[in-house]
Write a new protein. Structure first.
Length: 202
């Protein structure tokens, strides 16, 4: 696998694993029947999208999450890297469509969770500076031994601009900050803890 190919993991949202617990805690903010309806909508849209030619996607609302909407274009953009990857794996058309159907459902669920998280971020007034975004990208490149050219090549292959990638990194940093804040808010240090620590380290 070439270095640009290894970048694929960077282009995937980190929330699928890191944020699962946090997302589940916030599902209560949306009526339970909504999740079933949202996934049902994903299935209907999947059948519709698979039956149309590329480039014919018409934007529409696929889910309403409190005061935010999730559009078909957002869903299609999130699905694109997975669709491209599946297209290179040599599956028969029926198998590829079946796998794409399942991936679309999972991505819709993930995007709904991300909308909920973004609402919590706005409520908590959490922000990320341009410098933090730059530093995160440089750390990721260094960890995977990627040059700037490797990064640009991988982004171009997945149809993503550098601005799109920076936006995605910013979103990931915001969500990480939110999770860290939630974790810290649950840590309670009592007087007994302080006393025990003092006794152990004096």
């Amino acid at each position: 696998m070439s270095r640009p190919e290894r970048l694929l993991s960077l282009l995937m949202p980190i929330s699928a694993n890191t944020m699962t617990g946090f997302f589940n805690r916030h599902r209560a903010k949306v009526p339970g029947s909504f999740w079933h309806q949202a996934l049902l909508t994903a299935g209907i849209l999947c059948l519709w999208a698979l039956g149309t030619a590329a480039g014919e996607v018409v934007d529409r609302i696929v889910a309403v999450v409190n005061d935010d909407v999730l559009t078909l274009v957002e869903l299609d953009q999130a699905l694109r890297p997975y669709r491209n990857k599946l297209g290179t794996m040599g599956y028969p058309p029926d198998k590829e469509h079946q796998m794409l159907f399942k991936v679309r459902e999972d991505i819709l669920d993930q995007l709904i969770n991300e909308k909920l998280t973004d609402q919590e971020i706005r409520k908590a007034d959490i922000s990320v500076s341009d410098q933090e975004v730059d530093s995160a990208i440089e750390r990721l490149k260094a960890a995977r031994f990627l040059t700037e050219e490797d990064l640009q090549t991988a982004l171009a292959r997945d149809g993503m601009s550098l601005d799109d990638y920076r936006r995605r990194v910013r979103e990931q940093l915001l969500r990480t900050k939110l999770v860290n804040r939630q974790i810290k808010s649950k840590i309670v240090i009592t007087k007994e803890d302080v006393k025990a620590y003092y006794e152990q380290h004096r």
